[in-house]
Design a protein around this ligand. Structure first.
Ligand code: ASP
Length: 588
């Protein structure tokens, strides 16, 4: 028996037992005649004690030679601790050691293996095996493992089958950039790693599997933003013979199940919002509903009074920051600078203070009488003590900018509490999205998404406005301002799918070449179907009130897409290149 107990297990009730533990030396305190070692394993920490008064000299010498992160096996008696601590569950006891074996020595780690480590990001990633010894990081991975398990339990209970789909597939130009893999056996040709199993899961519906899911790696070669990883995990699902409503209910059920089992939180029924309303009221398709501050449109009351900035603006929009009328000049200046940063891009910020005594003060007093300003405040349902923040300009841009400002105010006012959870279904996304740079329409969700039946006729129009107004049976699940899932009812009719490809600028040959297999499958009895995919890493992060998905991935990549531990990507040998029939053309 290597060990009789683990390091998180022993209590006062175990006093006088002879036990054997194994683990890592985490903290060593040497007080001369007295020496303590905190022995750590996955389960916790137990204190080992060595005392010159009763520890044999040879044993004491071994203990004294132990360094941080040495791997030890210790046998001894459980005794009551004099200086008890309630910081750890084993804080009432310690082990009076009678035998100590150094199983392996360790170099001094480059950072402390503690919750509040002194290691920077890159160092921690390079020595990820040491970082992963920290209990805060381990806790996240245990959480993740449990959420995966509960996902499988719930979906299996609903009759879903988990099917693995291939990782070596075909590159398609739609969506994000593909990672490609050269084929040795088919020189000059390439596989692509899947951005998602989208077409395969639809094929599984054609094949009659009815309910599919997979916890699956997806790969997208995008420029990495803070919360992106080139490979990430989805809970990918598809169902046949369903309406949108069936999918929303099933996956609202999954989300509630996960919150209940992993966090002990009962979520109530998820509210729903139209995409258009989300954009109009919050300037975002993923509004954070932990706080209000919905937009108020002041265009009608604020324009036409001789203030050129507003008079020439397409939209004048405001949010009301409750209780912020006492903001100092410094604070309003700071907000103005904040909206003018290039990431936000506003030209300026107008404010109106509704003072506690009912008087009104603003940054545009020159152009508006107090009565006018009161009219704005009235429009925005402001109360004395509130601060109105106003942005103006081109409508779509202004909504996005004000959406960012709203989130910033939410942060400043502490309204985005990490332990509060506000889910939301956003429904009826547009089918198409115009891309200025490429001068063509792209699918807002993906090219397999079905337009709403009532909007199909609009697909024949040449008018961009009409095309933009086509709504899709597409939905997102939003949690605390983060998109954690998205899906749609799919097209299951060959002709409609061809029409959609045409709208997206595919020639019939391109469509056939890239998606012929799917179009073909649609000719052999494709059932109506739809599905959804959850961002699994992100779901775990949001459930923990964490901002970074990296903390929930065992071996994440850095912002340059590098794995710092194994140092990938790396070079390959000329011989490998020859076999693959590829040659490098690097810029000089
Ligand atoms: N495959 C889609 C995605 O990765 C999700 C879906 O439509 O089911 O976003």
């Amino acid at each position: 028996m290597f060990r009789s107990h683990h390091c998180g297990e022993l209590r006062l009730t175990d006093i006088n037992k002879t036990v054997t533990l194994a683990g890592w030396a985490s903290v060593i305190r040497d007080k001369g005649g007295l020496l303590w070692i905190d022995l750590r394993d996955r389960y916790g920490i137990t204190q080992l004690v060595f005392d010159e008064n009763y520890t044999a000299k040879e044993l004491f010498d071994i203990a004294r030679s132990v360094g941080r992160e040495f791997v030890l096996q210790a046998t001894g008696t459980v005794i009551e601790r004099v200086a008890k601590t309630n910081k750890i569950p084993t804080g009432d006891i310690e082990i009076k050691v009678t035998e100590l074996k150094i199983l392996n020595a360790a170099k001094t780690p480059p950072f402390t293996i503690q919750d509040d480590t002194d290691g920077g990001d890159d160092l921690r990633m390079k020595y990820r095996y040491l970082d992963l010894r920290r209990s805060v990081v381990q806790k996240n991975l245990f959480f993740r493992s449990n959420v995966a398990l509960e996902t499988r339990k719930y979906l299996a209970g609903q009759g879903f089958i988990e099917v693995e789909t291939p990782n070596l597939i075909k590159s398609t130009p739609e969506g994000a950039r593909d990672f490609v893999v050269p084929s040795r056996m088919n020189k000059g040709q390439f596989y692509a790693l899947p951005q998602s199993p989208q077409t395969f899961k639809q094929i599984l519906m054609v094949a009659g599997f009815d309910k599919y899911f997979q916890i699956v790696k997806c790969f997208r070669d995008e420029d990495l933003r803070a919360d992106r990883q080139p490979e990430f995990t989805q809970i990918d699902c598809e169902m046949a013979f369903v309406h949108q409503e069936d999918i929303l209910n099933t996956f609202e059920g999954l989300t509630k199940h996960l919150f209940r089992e992993a966090l002990g939180i009962e979520l109530s029924e998820f509210p729903r919002m139209q995409y258009d309303d989300a954009m109009r009221l919050y300037g975002s398709d993923k509004p954070d509903l932990r706080f209000g501050m919905a937009f108020c449109d002041l265009s009608r009351v604020a324009k036409g009074h001789g203030f050129p900035v507003f008079d020439s603006a397409e939209a004048v929009l405001a949010i009301c920051a409750e209780g912020c009328a006492d903001y100092s000049r410094k604070q309003t200046d700071e907000l103005t600078e904040w909206v003018k940063r290039p990431q936000i891009g506003a030209k300026g910020l107008v404010y109106v203070k509704y003072e506690a005594d009912g008087s009104v003060k603003s940054s545009v007093d020159k152009f508006y009488t107090p009565d006018h300003l009161r009219d704005w405040l009235h429009h925005a349902n402001a109360k004395p003590g509130d601060l109105l923040l106003v942005l103006s300009g081109e409508e779509e841009k202004t909504r996005k900018q004000l959406g960012e400002l709203r989130l910033e105010m939410g942060n400043r006012l502490g309204l985005r509490r990490p332990d509060e959870f506000k889910p939301l279904w956003v429904l009826d996304f547009p089918l198409l999205e115009w891309d200025e740079d490429e001068g063509r329409f792209f699918a807002m969700h993906h090219p397999f998404t079905s337009p709403k039946p009532g909007d199909i006729a609009k697909m024949d129009s040449d008018d961009h406005q009409v095309l933009k107004s086509i709504r899709a049976d597409a939905y997102d699940l939003v949690l605390n301002g983060v998109e954690i899932g998205g899906g749609s009812i799919r097209i299951h009719d060959r002709d409609l799918q061809s029409r959609n490809f045409r709208l997206l600028g595919f020639t019939p040959e391109e469509a056939e070449n890239q998606f012929g297999f799917l179009l073909g499958a649609f000719e052999y009895g494709a059932p109506p179907h739809g599905g959804i995919a959850f961002g699994f890493d992100r779901l775990n992060a949001v459930m923990n009130g964490a901002n970074s998905i990296r903390d929930f991935i065992a071996f994440p990549k850095n912002n340059q897409g590098r794995d710092m531990m194994i140092d990938a990507p790396g070079d390959i040998k000329d011989k490998q290149m020859d076999e693959l029939g590829i040659r490098l053309h690097l810029p000089a």
